[in-house]
Write a protein that binds this ligand. Structure first.
Ligand SMILES: Cc1cc2nc3c(=O)[nH]c(=O)nc-3n(C[C@H](O)[C@H](O)[C@H](O)COP(=O)(O)O)c2cc1C
Length: 224
């Protein structure tokens, strides 16, 4: 089982979020997963330019690391989104990646995959940032197995660290169990259903222009 983590701190794996992510990944490895971390600090993902090419061809024409990340997301069994809280939201690096995923979102292309969220902050609003990342996971068609977040106590240290790390490794194990069991989350299934109808409707409305997404939804509807 392959778990891909996308870490969006500019401090990379040496930061606080990287530290908490380590514990989640250790949990996943305990139950046999193979893990890989993609640190956006060492990759180039430029902001979306709104050219709509992804909707027309399925490919982003910006020449950077996005298409490689996309291929890895499509190939993994489960993924983890990890970001520090930057002004009540994710970092600009993560937001740029989310915007570039617009084509994947229109196709809900990660349907069937499970994901988890890791977040750290200087002082709070952890739940807001976690819930934002979980919403993105759901719009990609994937299902969230849960999230973990915490304010820091110092450099790469957290209050009540033993309890936090225990919960983090449990989340890593649980993500893998969700994948093996194909665990169902009725509330997220309802979200998926409503979003599927919204996205397929949008693509149908734009069918004259967005040929890749039109063909994608047509094939999917036939396969269902
Ligand atoms: C530009 C910037 C914005 C931040 N905004 C917030 C914020 O709104 N709320 C908060 O609690 N912490 C905020 N922080 C603190 C970081 O979330 C915190 O230090 C985090 O653990 C950093 O993780 P990292 O070491 O993985 O980069 C901010 C830090 C930076 C550099």
């Amino acid at each position: 089982m392959k778990i891909l983590a996308i870490l969006a701190s500019p401090r990379g794996t040496r930061g606080n979020t990287g530290r908490l992510l380590d514990e989640v990944l250790a949990g996943a490895r305990e139950v046999g997963a193979e893990t890989e971390v993609l640190s956006l600090s060492t990759l180039k993902v430029q902001p979306c330019v709104g050219c709509d090419n992804c909707h027309k061809t399925g490919i982003c024409p910006i020449n950077d690391d996005y298409e490689g990340i996309k291929e890895k997301l499509l190939a993994c069994d489960g993924f983890i989104l990890a970001s520090p809280n930057y002004i009540f939201s994710v970092t600009a690096q993560m937001k740029a990646l989310f915007d570039r995923c617009n084509g994947l979102i229109h196709c809900m292309a990660l349907e069937g995959k499970y994901a988890a969220v890791v977040e750290t902050s200087g002082g709070g609003e952890d739940a807001d940032v976690i819930s934002y990342m979980e919403r993105v996971i759901n719009t990609l068609g994937a299902t969230s197995a849960g999230g973990i977040g915490s304010p820091v106590a110092g450099v790469r240290t957290f209050p009540d660290e033993a309890t936090l790390y225990g919960k983090a490794s449990a989340l890593g194990r649980d993500l893998c169990r969700c994948i093996s069991e194909k665990r169902r989350f009725p509330e997220q299934e309802r979200f998926h259903e409503a979003f599927r109808s919204r996205m397929s409707g949008l693509v149908d409305f734009m069918k004259e222009f967005w040929s890749f997404e039109r063909d994608y939804w047509q094939k999917r509807t036939l396969a269902r």
